[in-house]
Design a protein around this ligand. Structure first.
Ligand code: ZN
Length: 511
């Protein structure tokens, strides 16, 4: 079956048509020639075609889980949050699980209180996670089920029992008390997430979720691979693999070596979480947060971190490490330089000039989220000293110096690529009334598009057959109503995704 798509404006091509065969672009040319070769012809009526977008760091299962539970991302006050919990509660789910609120968007900037949750749900466990994923508020019933009382102390975490607030490792303890997910549940989460991703034009992801719900990665891998086999996996997944310890890492890599798999599901680097988030002030800085005696939280000891990076390195697997504070980044750079390789750094938000230089010298991959600027540009001045504000979120410097790939860290942010492109180009918040943040670090539109297409393909070692509209490449593409590169930069986010194709098959159509 040869399908022609004609009458199109194709990004990066002077021709206006392409032929798709067996899931691959087999010919690019002019409409007359291409349609004469085809069994079926689709008139794109002058709309614009881009390579399928690739989100280089997110959490598919957590996103699917969020879609399966109560979404608080649109709430504007604690009252609205409580109302959403009440309305979203049903008998099917044994817990009330909700996520995505941002108290900085609330008039009083406060978290919901344990007492308020208790009042609504005296007998049903409730867990409400902040948008950053690093802070959770639980009610009395949930705390009780997790065995947490006012004496409980957890290494690498913080618990305020009176208010029901759990941070970092504290929230991991609570998650362990939640009902366990089986393989079929994971498949449901993946399908829900993929559906939503396709609506944003996303066809490929680098996903960190093998241990999102428990210590057993096998159910998650089986869920992905079975969906791929059944022809239902509508995203291509490159796994960023987290491990609980060196033993598990060794066992995993022997079974699933780096880059093994196929174009539906492939094994990527080891993922390590080293610090928290800036919004929750748990990102680990090289100095105290202004006006406090706190530097943030390290998720593991330096020795432990070293042993994880080294163990993967001995088996030829690079590491990609979550780093938001410059204190965490110091540790990462020291360790990476001991075990040289094609390592990546995820987020790379708070950086100093000396660190940028080391990243560029070693060509470590910068796996960033320009969409974070929407919120973070409103808090950087509050949480960072001026010199750090100046050298942080240095995306242009990183783009010019090494491989920079973009993404959403979904469900931290929605996987809204067009908004991410706009943020990369304008660095101007859409949600807060603040000045554009360091405009000299803005990407060009073409660079921003690359950061969501060919650059992540390079990150995955797939650039010879993915990330561009070119003969011999996978026919993953997005159709939009306007040209991203010609649109007024303040309105890129308003461009409509008309359709998304994966391997030549439509996976999303805007009705
Ligand atoms: Zn993440």
């Amino acid at each position: 079956m040869k399908k022609a798509f004609y009458n199109a404006c194709i990004y990066g091509q002077s021709h206006d048509a392409f032929l798709v065969e067996e899931g691959v672009f087999t010919k690019i040319g002019n409409s007359k020639d291409i349609t004469s070769l085809a069994d079926e012809c689709i008139d794109l009526k002058g709309s614009h075609v881009y390579p399928g977008f690739n989100d280089s760091h997110l959490h598919v299962l957590n996103f699917g889980f969020l879609l399966d539970n109560i979404d608080l991302s649109n709430t504007k006050s604690v009252e609205e949050l409580l109302k959403a919990l009440k309305e979203g509660n049903d008998d099917q789910h044994p817990w009330v699980i909700a996520r995505g609120f941002n108290n900085d968007k609330y008039p009083d900037h406060r978290y919901p209180l344990k007492q308020e949750l208790d009042q609504l749900f005296p007998d049903k466990p409730v867990a409400v996670t902040r948008c950053c994923g690093h802070v959770m508020i639980a009610n009395s019933k949930a705390l009780k089920l997790a065995g947490i009382d006012k004496e409980t102390v957890i290494a690498g975490g913080h618990i305020d029992f009176e208010k029901g607030v759990l941070e970092e490792a504290g929230l991991e303890r609570l998650k362990q008390a939640m009902p366990k997910n089986d393989k079929e549940t994971f498949k449901r989460y993946i399908l829900k997430a993929a559906d939503k991703l396709n609506s944003y034009g996303v066809t490929s992801v680098n996903s960190h979720d093998l241990l999102s719900f428990d210590d057993n990665y096998q159910n998650v891998i089986d869920a992905y691979q079975e969906l791929a086999k059944e022809g239902k996996l509508n995203i291509r997944v490159h796994a960023q693999c987290q491990f609980k310890d060196v033993d598990q890492l060794n066992e995993f890599i022997d079974k699933y070596p780096y880059l093994s798999g196929d174009d539906h599901f492939r094994i990527g680097p080891q993922k390590i979480l080293l610090d928290g988030s800036l919004g929750a002030r748990t990102a680990y800085l090289s100095r105290n947060y202004p006006g406090t005696d706190k530097r943030g939280i390290l998720s593991m000891s330096v020795e432990e971190f070293d042993s994880m990076v080294k163990a993967a390195w001995l088996k030829g697997t690079p590491s990609a490490v979550h780093s938001i504070g410059d204190g965490a980044l110091d540790i990462i750079l020291d360790t990476f330089e001991k075990y040289p390789g094609e390592h990546g750094i995820i987020h790379l938000q708070v950086t100093r000039k000396d660190q940028l230089k080391r990243i560029i010298e070693n060509k470590y991959k910068a796996i960033v989220q320009t969409i974070f600027l929407d919120y973070d540009s409103s808090i950087v001045h509050k949480y960072l000293s001026d010199d750090l504000v100046d050298s942080s979120y240095a995306f242009k410097t990183l783009y010019d110096g090494t491989l920079l790939t973009n993404g959403s860290d979904c469900p931290v942010e929605l996987p809204n690529v067009l908004k991410g492109i706009q943020m990369a180009v304008t660095r101007k918040s859409l949600s807060f009334d603040v000045k554009a943040y360091n405009p000299s670090e803005a990407l060009s539109v073409a660079q921003a598009i690359d950061s969501y297409t060919i650059n992540p393909a390079i990150l995955e070692h797939n650039q010879d057959h993915k990330g561009m509209i070119r003969e011999g490449y996978l026919a993953d593409f997005v159709i939009t109503d306007k040209a991203i590169e010609k649109e007024d930069v303040d309105h890129i986010k308003d461009i409509k995704i008309l359709a998304t194709y994966l391997g030549g098959k439509p996976v999303y159509e805007n009705a």
